[in-house]
Design a protein around this ligand. Structure first.
Ligand code: AMP
Length: 440
């Protein structure tokens, strides 16, 4: 079956065909590094990690690029609050982000591109937009004129007028031609970081960094662009307006993929509500396999509600699947199970269906002792989840108790043997007596 993906640009599922041969250029909007990343970020980044892993599993040659927004108002404000330089904040949280990425087992990204390393490319794009008449200068910066771009709104389905209504008052700069116009190059304000340029000392606007990075790394057109749904408007709409206007080519991106938002306890995560959970805090409580299984149990386009109950359920499912592999004894051909996995993933990366399939496989092993574990581990590689049983050695004292119980059983001293079983159970160890001996 061919891979079908839901393309936000076309508002429908469509067959996925890379622009050139077998190669896929994938770009996903990375974090603004002014604080620790939260589990909402984990939702989006794990989703695209699984997507990239699956595309490689299908045999595509994927180059996965992610930007890092390391210059931004939020970084400057955080630095002021903390009384340190903006570079120090950006550096601290970039490092923290990489630690989180590693802890989340996100291994699919080929290159991370910090915006500050692309200032020349950013300036080149701004200059092109000025020359082509898509940009204009005001006292505080250079702005993009959305009314000049005839396809403005094609991704989000908004007209320029509708877009204007959603622009916050913060963005209302005196002299802007249209309310929805956005800043490409912010001219220097006292005390703010800046770069020298013939356009005036200043720093980049948010939208331009991504198109400068992708144009440098991929060229003006590429295959796949991802991010969460909050970015469709205005961010991704602005990216299209900038790049297609600058290059005169369309589409900038063939397939746009957007993840649903993660909420905590049914509410938007926020520090004031006290429901803000960082990735590092979540991973203190739950292991990465449990967290990833919880995340992939929902389709990437649907919203996720993070709750303790959902995490418990993921933990139970993980233990169930792992536990089943212990019962796998009879060698069988697992091809048909792999085919079911591929069918589910080919349908717009339907990971909840894959989780249901894994549970079905667990059930099947428990019933028939068929060894489906090679297929389970293969699927696990794509999901980034380790389904191998982790046999931690028991403390010597407990091993001695298990041996003692076996002796007692041989001597048919059942009551004493049962007392030991109960004692072990209290300490979280379950025993299973098999013809080959006692398993724990
Ligand atoms: P930010 O650092 O806020 O610019 O976000 C970086 C990436 O994470 C973007 O793709 C966002 O759309 C995504 N993101 C931020 N918050 C959430 C959330 N609560 N759920 C899902 N994705 C999110």
């Amino acid at each position: 079956m061919v891979l079908n993906v839901y393309n936000t640009l076309r508002r429908k599922k469509m067959a996925f065909i890379p622009r050139k041969d077998n190669r896929i250029q994938l770009f996903v909007c990375g974090p603004t590094v002014y604080d620790y990343s939260h589990i909402g970020h984990a939702r989006t980044y794990v989703a695209f990690d699984v997507i990239a892993r699956y595309l490689r599993y299908k045999g595509y040659d994927v180059f996965y690029l992610q930007n890092i927004t390391d210059i931004d108002d939020k970084i400057i404000n955080r630095a002021r609050e903390a009384g340190v330089s903006w570079e120090e904040i950006a550096d601290r949280y970039t490092k923290a982000y990489f630690e989180d990425v590693q802890a989340l087992r996100i291994t699919s990204v080929n290159k991370y591109a910090p915006a500050t390393q692309y200032i020349d490319a950013i300036l080149r794009q701004v200059r092109t937009l000025l020359e082509k008449g898509y940009a204009y200068e005001l006292d505080d910066g250079i702005y993009y004129d959305v009314s000049r771009f005839k396809n403005y709104g094609k991704l989000s389905g908004r007209t320029v007028e509708e877009a204007e209504d959603t622009v916050s008052r913060i963005d209302e700069v005196i002299g802007k031609r249209n309310k929805a116009d956005f800043c490409l190059w912010k001219l220097l304000k006292p005390g703010e970081p800046y770069w020298e340029s013939e356009l005036g000392k200043g720093r980049p606007g948010w939208h331009i960094e991504d198109t400068a990075i992708t144009e440098t790394e991929f060229g003006p057109q590429y295959d796949l662009h991802g991010g969460a749904q909050d970015l469709i408007f205005p961010h991704h709409e602005a990216e299209i307006a900038q790049m297609e206007a600058a290059s005169g080519r369309e589409p900038m991106v063939k397939y746009w993929l957007h993840t649903g938002f993660l909420k905590v306890g049914g509410r938007k995560m926020s520090k004031s509500l006290g429901n803000f959970i960082t990735i590092r805090d979540a991973l203190k409580k739950w292991d990465v396999d449990t967290l990833r299984l919880m995340l992939v149990s929902t389709h990437y386009r649907s919203p996720i509600n993070y709750t303790e109950a959902a995490m418990e359920q993921a933990k139970n499912s993980l233990n169930y699947i792992r536990g089943a592999t212990r019962a796998a004894k009879k060698k069988v051909d697992v091809k048909k199970w792999i085919e079911k996995f591929v069918d589910a993933m080919d349908d717009d990366f339907n990971t909840p269906k894959v989780v249901a399939l894994l549970l079905e496989m667990g059930k099947r092993i428990n019933k028939t002792e068929e060894d489906l574990s090679p297929a389970i581990y293969e699927i696990g590689e794509v999901l980034g989840i380790d389904f191998r049983l982790k046999e931690r050695p028991l403390p010597a004292e407990l091993m001695t108790l298990i041996k003692k119980r076996e002796e007692l059983r041989k001597q048919k001293r059942w009551a004493e043997a049962d007392r030991i079983r109960e004692e072990l159970k209290k300490r979280g160890i379950l025993l299973r007596d098999t013809p080959e001996g006692t398993e724990w």
